[in-house]
Ligand binder design. Sequence first.
Ligand code: RTP
Ligand code: MG
Length: 162
Amino acid sequence: MFNLERTFVAVKPDGVKRGLTGEVIRRFEEKGYKVIALKMLNVSKEQAQAHYAEHAGKPFYERLVKYIQSGPIAAMVLEGHHAIAGARHLMGKTDPIEAEVGTIRADFGLVKEYNIVHGSDSAESAQREIDIYFKPEELCGGWNNMAELVIERLQENEQLKG
Ligand code: RTP
Ligand code: MG
């Protein structure tokens, strides 16, 4: 029933500068995703290039690498049921103009280039991006949040009913 995933999410420099770090984290937490790692950092050139390697050569690549280094980011690892697609669903489409109202990018973003938040797009990207920004010992897993405890209790009740 459960598809437990980890994903890398970051509040980008525009989001941090606009004071949206707490708001973005709140949305993921309230959904039920577990924050298992969290830190502010200034992204190095090496990290930026590794993170956006898939976009190398595209017209916006140089600007993208500069943008992610234009101020601190709030980097985090989220864990939860279908957390990779689920986090991107809460973020909304890349271009805030196309993102659904209620998503982070629609509610706070103005232009595609500065769209507040990043989220991994696959299990492979998630693992790769987590490794770029975090050491294994910085991931604090092994505990249950309220959403998991509630679901666990519901499952126990179902099992009791047979
Ligand atoms: P992200 O990686 O940041 O979560 O965003 P995404 O998957 O929705 O979009 P992606 O295609 O991976 O693009 C990465 C980031 O590059 C900037 N971008 N600019 N000018 C452009 O056409 C353009 N396209 C993308 C955005 O900041 C986007 O989030
Ligand atoms: Mg992407």
